[in-house]
Design a protein around this ligand. Structure first.
Ligand SMILES: *Cc1c(COP(=O)(O)O)cnc(C)c1O
Length: 421
């Protein structure tokens, strides 16, 4: 459940009517509900109740400072994947000992940054990375707490571009070689092995791949302990999917996911970390756009919006579905018309949906894309020199602009013309 509902025939974010925000910041814009973020965090807290655990929000899904500060205020840790995200987390007040560092290509500079500022653990993904981290830590006179990300060769049955746990994917070390790589880790100076990490993909709508992967992690825990390693923490990654299409069957609930965790690794005496991103931020956000034109084509009608693929790339990149609803509630039983819903960018790929049924739309009408809080604003660009769109956060009957729309001058002045031109 989220907090985007019609009230008196107008779509609201919590207690704020969307047209009120549109009038204040212009369209298009992203809007996030803090009550929904809180609710999603709480659902995971409930799912892991009884286990020693930390929920590390995968901030790559939505890394606005206001969002991560809100998550931190609830007690969340952060999963970061770059030096930039590490800086953001620290700037939002997240202490180093609540930050885990993931990613296949951490640089020496990023390692040093985290070792200097404080880190809960590095999730190491390869032997060369182990060597690099060991060198950096030793040079700084520090000890780097680590897990090693294992690749369990499990098909997450999700979109090709976001499956990460198959042997052909670039992530982690093959689980079959784990004992050898842990032996190497234990022999290197500056590293302290504390656990195991796994993350098999994103937008999983089935619990079975998690169950298979976590069973393999449990077996590996026993094997590594027998080899003399301290395994006291298991990072089980993120990836639980959300319902993008409300008319479809809903993906499993966090509570059921929590049961899988308890059943597979709950009796190992380990501290459990999870790294949910999409499930926390996805349904906590909308993209709101305005209709520029309704164009009658030869065999179809186009709804041309002021939002485009540069603002929300998921449909173009993953063929993703977003439910879209008019901001003014249609009358019950209102007739539906199929539209191709597109943006103004000069590519046919700038299509949000084809032949999508909506009540008749007119110029100026507002439309909301649901489930746009994750991998929306963070993946946006200024392609076609369209300035980044604003982000707004709602809390009850208040709202605040949490990232303002840059002016055209802001955008242009980021470039420099060399003197010889
Ligand atoms: C992307 C990612 C996540 C978050 O995935 P979601 O599907 O958004 O929950 C967690 N951990 C790692 C290592 C990731 O790369």
């Amino acid at each position: 459940m989220d907090h985007f509902l019609y009230k008196n025939g107008i779509l609201h974010a919590e207690d704020v009517a969307l047209p009120e925000i549109a009038a204040a910041v212009g369209t298009p814009f992203y809007v996030y509900s803090s009550a929904t973020l809180t609710r999603h965090f709480q659902v995971f807290e409930d799912a892991l109740a009884g286990l020693d655990h930390l929920i590390c929000y995968a901030m790559k899904s939505n890394s606005n400072q206001a969002v991560i500060a809100h998550m931190a205020s609830l007690g969340a840790g952060m999963d970061v994947v770059s030096g930039g995200e590490y800086h953001r987390a620290r700037a939002a007040g997240v202490p180093g000992d609540r930050i885990v560092f993931s990613g296949v290509g951490k640089t020496a500079e990023e390692m040093a940054l985290a070792l200097e500022g404080g880190i809960r653990q590095f999730n190491v993904e390869s032997e060369p990375e182990l060597q690099r981290l060991s060198q950096v830590a030793e040079r700084m006179g520090k000890t780097a707490p680590i897990t090693i990300r294992v690749n369990p060769d499990v098909d997450a049955r999700t979109h090709e571009k976001i499956a990460t746990g198959r042997k052909e994917d670039k992530f982690g070390i093959p689980i079959a070689r784990a004992r050898e790589v842990y032996r190497l880790a234990a022999s290197l100076p500056g590293l302290q092995v504390i656990g195991i990490d796994v993350h098999i993909g994103s937008q999983l709508t089935d619990l079975e791949p998690f169950e298979i992967a976590y069973k393999k992690v449990a077996e590996l825990t026993h094997a590594l302990r027998a080899d003399g390693h301290e395994i006291s923490r298991l990072d089980l990654g993120g990836g639980l999917g959300i319902p993008y299409e409300r008319s479809n069957t809903a993906p499993p609930l966090p509570l059921e996911y929590g049961e899988v965790i308890k059943r597979t690794v709950g009796d190992l005496g380990c501290e459990i970390e999870i790294e949910p991103g999409r499930l926390i931020s996805g349904n906590a956000g909308l993209l709101v756009a305005s209709t520029i034109y309704v164009k009658h084509g030869e065999d179809r009608d186009f709804l041309i919006l002021d939002a485009a693929m540069n603002d929300l790339i998921r449909p173009a990149m993953y063929g993703a579905w977003h439910d879209m609803v008019p901001v003014v509630e249609p009358a019950p039983g209102a007739e539906q018309t199929p539209y191709d819903i597109v943006g103004p960018v000069c590519e046919s790929g700038d299509t949000f949906a084809k032949q999508r049924n909506l009540p008749a739309m007119a110029e100026g009408d507002l439309i909301a894309f649901r489930s746009a809080g994750a991998y929306g604003a963070v993946m946006s660009s200024e392609y076609n020199s369209r300035p980044l769109i604003p982000e707004v956060m709602v809390n009850g009957d208040q709202f605040a602009v949490i990232r303002a729309r840059p002016s055209f001058d802001d955008m242009i002045n980021r470039d420099t013309i060399p003197t010889w031109v």
